[in-house]
Every structure is written in structure tokens, then in C-alpha cells.
Design a protein around this ligand. Sequence first.
Ligand code: NI
Ligand code: MN
Length: 225
Amino acid sequence: MRLKYFSHSAFQITTDSGLVILIDPFLDGNPTSPTTSDKVKADFIVLTHAHGDHVGDSFKIAKRCDSLFICVNELANYCISKGFRAHNMHIGGSHKFDFGTLKFTIAHHGSMTPDNTYGGEPAGVILSIDGKVLYHTGDTGLFYDMKLIGEMTTIDYMLLPIGDNFTMGITDAVKAVELADPGVAIPMHYNTFPVIEAEPLEFKQRIKKIGKRSIVMEYGEEIDL
Ligand code: NI
Ligand code: MN
């Protein structure tokens, strides 16, 4: 599979079979995004929670591409109420899709849509695709169960926030990597706005100090996993 980073928490996964999955596609209103919503496609859209910087341009993209939303029950019902297709899930549950398996995990955060509808619990997501496991933590504070998540599943790539203020900052993110023990850590949710400014190279150095690997992805960069 290939992984592309659009900045903030927005990623695109392209499977070996050519399916495209977008996670939290916040593009048009995102000052750091290298692209716009009219230039991407999606077979599936995975949302970690209902905040505007994560739902982003989902509805515009889904309308054009007839994408299937995958989210926790309340947020999935919200998508359905707007006329979209959605697969309802919830935390702790996994399901097999055409692209692979997806499981929702806990995340410590909030989840209200921009029009003040309760979006259910915020979540992280574990994707098993083309023989690799990717854990996108969503917006979250540090929690000790990340150790359990890493014990239950060998994580190849962990995508986690480092921007502080709304989520983990660098110190907590380094601890999160220590707990979940992924093969590679990829920082996200930083430098989009002044309040979440963080230095990804400081994260990279501190990850190296604990004997772990990280990749700081450029905005728009796509890598083979
Ligand atoms: Ni949020
Ligand atoms: Mn956020």
C-alpha cells in the first residue's frame, strides 16, 4: 500500500489493488494542505471524530465519488442523515472491508460536529491492509491502554498527534510510541495553526533516543509501506 500525507491528520491510503481510503480529509480550509478536495478521490472515507478539522471536506468528496463512510455509530448516522452511505461501527469492533480490516480504538477527546450534533465517542483506527498494520490514533491525549493496543496487534506504522493544546504534545507522544511500540512513528496534527506549532524534528530526535524509528512526512509526500 501507499500512504500520502496531506498535513494535519489527513492521509490517503492506496491499496495494492487500487482502492483509495481517505482518513480525516481536511483540505480546503486547511492552510497547510498541498491540495484541494476536488483533486482527490475516495472509495472509503474514515473519520476518527466529528470536529471540523477532521470531517473537513468529506461531504464534498463523498458526493462526487460516492464514497462509503466508516465511522462510529453516531457519526455514521449523521453522515446517513446528510444523504451519504455509511458503515456504522463502534470502539472495540473490527470489520473486514474490500481493502482489509478496520478496527476502532478509544481516543480521549471530544466529538461534536460543526453544527453541534453529538458525533459519538472520538476514536482511533487500526487498519490492516496488504499485510501491514497502521494505527491512526485520531485526536487524543496519552493513555496507558496504548500499551494494550500494541500488545494485541503488532503495529507497523503509528500516526499520532504532536501539536499539543488539543492533543498530545511531543513529550506525551514519545511516551505513546514507547507504549504502543510501533515499527515506525509518523507525527501529525501540528503546525496547521499557531496554537499547535511543534517541531517534528525534535520529535524525531527524541524517538531516536528511545531506540525507535520515525518518519516526518512532508505535506503531499507519498511513501510505500
Ligand atoms: Ni478534534
Ligand atoms: Mn483536531
